[in-house]
Ligand binder design. Structure first.
Ligand code: UDX
Length: 453
């Protein structure tokens, strides 16, 4: 079938490519001419395992094309996916200007009946606004073409997007139209066992499902981080607690890893946007606000631990950082805990020597050249001459460490681990001080040793 995708960002590109890969004829439209030129040359602007090969293959097969021509794009597809960005406004609500601009474009150029599919994460009620916009533009044109707007939220994890698209837990479609249901079955049919995975519901329920899913996952993480903070103060090991509670199938093992806070393009933005939406309908979403507040505080714990270890004397120190991206297998640094840490270190007069397997270009793009940031080619160089090491991201390559070597390299034997990668006893056995997340009262026990250093 013929499909148009508006927006060649992360979601649009993965969606367009995966749909082309099962034989659909896909045109991806973007207003950014430079981006489209790069894509036409087979260059992928984001890091996502497997995506580049898939894009090139489908371009070669002639099923995947990129364009800046909005009119041609609108006239192409029976399904018109809106997958443009919804960045947070200053007040935390989702900014819909790009979504509504696409709706205008569709209304202006459509010459046949179409189904508009909201793929971007948009507040409840957006499908109605998209519908109103298209209807208004058609009215201005004096046209009365049939169209439908449905909601089809994405559940892609960065680094695992292709698998999530092709083998996801569910495909949510918010619509009451039998015409739309038929087209969406045809669209996703090649990927799913329909009865199990395609879920039709009303439009507002579909829109809310997306936010509820992300808010639930973020809640699990903030809850676990709170338990970790308690464990630290109570002298308990949160890793044992995690295994203990995860064994209950009602709780489960997924998404209960404590850490240095969640980041990325979805959780922080979506939790805040849902809390704002609640405010708009006069409901105070206290739990969501707490989830966000706990996360903000958690992202500051890396610096707080370092600062306590150095008795607040961080000026002039050099801190090695392993991991910049908000999680492994991505170069994304949006809302990453590493940023909270680096910015606090710089404010305290410390320098950073950082290594990340994928995110260093992104880091350069965000922070530019500065004297207090050195990006190095591997993790060994990051610790060379550093006073202490902080681990922000659990990339696989950081999981095996020669602790004797590390002890020799670091001027002070301090590791702050935001991802609980190691067994505390093993690290401490090498004479290193190990400040992890919620692993007993390590901080209290270790500090007197450090004071005498
Ligand atoms: C998330 C959702 O998983 C996905 O379904 C949705 O479509 C978009 O948002 P993503 O942002 O790519 O995907 O990352 P995810 O792998 O879910 O991790 C989010 C954050 O939570 C990361 O910062 C990660 O480090 C953190 N996390 C995750 C924890 O701190 N503990 C956990 O147990 C799990």
């Amino acid at each position: 079938m013929k499909i148009t995708i508006f927006g060649t960002g992360y979601v649009g590109l993965v969606t367009g490519t995966c749909l082309a890969d099962v034989g659909h004829d896909v045109v991806c439209m973007d207003v950014d001419a430079a981006k489209v030129a790069r894509l036409e040359a087979g260059e992928i602007p984001i890091y996502e395992p497997g995506l580049e090969t898939l894009v090139r293959h489908n371009m070669e097969e002639g099923r995947l094309r990129f364009t800046t021509d909005a009119e041609a794009a609108v006239r192409f597809g029976t399904l018109q996916f809106i997958a443009v960005g919804t960045p947070p406004d200053e007040d935390g609500s989702a900014d819909l200007q790009y979504v509504l601009a696409v709706a205008e474009t569709i209304g202006r150029h459509m010459t046949d009946e179409v189904v508009v599919v909201d793929k971007s994460t948009v507040p409840v009620g957006t499908a109605d606004r998209v519908r109103d916009t298209i209807a208004r533009v058609l009215d201005e044109r004096g046209e009365s073409l049939a169209f439908e707007v449905c909601s089809n939220p994405e559940f892609l994890k960065e680094g695992n997007a292709i698998e999530d698209f092709t083998q996801g837990a569910r495909i949510i479609v918010g619509t009451e139209s039998e015409w739309v249901k038929g087209l969406m079955r045809e669209c996703y049919g090649p990927y799913i066992r329909l009865q199990e995975k395609l879920m039709f519901m009303d439009v507002r329920a579909a829109e809310l499902t997306k936010y509820a899913a992300n808010a639930m996952l973020a809640t699990k993480i903030s809850f676990m981080n709170e338990i970790a903070n308690l464990a630290e103060r109570l002298g308990a090991d949160v890793e044992q607690v995690r295994r203990g509670i995860g064994s209950d199938p009602r709780i489960g093992y997924h998404f209960i890893y404590p850490g240095c806070g969640y980041g990325g393009s979805c959780f922080p933005k979506d939790v805040q946007a849902l809390a704002r939406t609640a405010g708009d309908v006069d409901y105070s979403a206290d739990l969501l606000q707490a989830v966000e507040a706990v996360n903000q505080r958690q992202k500051q714990t890396l610096f707080a631990k370092l600062s306590r270890a150095f008795d607040g004397q961080l000026a002039g120190r050099t801190i090695a950082l392993w991991g910049l991206s908000f999680k492994p297998n991505t170069d994304d640094m949006r809302d990453a805990p590493s940023r909270t840490l680096m910015e606090a270190l710089w404010a305290a007069g410390a320098r950073v020597r950082a290594y990340d397997p994928e995110a260093m270009d992104e880091c350069r793009r965000i922070y530019g050249e500065r004297d207090d940031l050195v990006l190095v080619a591997d993790r060994q160089q990051a610790v060379a001459g550093a006073d202490a090491l902080v681990i922000c991201t659990e990339w696989k390559v950081f999981r095996t460490v020669d602790f004797a070597w590390l002890k020799d390299e670091l001027a002070m034997p301090v590791i702050v681990d935001g991802r609980n990668l190691f067994d505390p006893a093993t690290v401490q056995g090498h004479g290193l001080m190990y400040f992890a997340v919620g692993r007993g009262n390590s901080l209290q026990e270790e500090l007197p040793r450090l004071a005498g250093f």
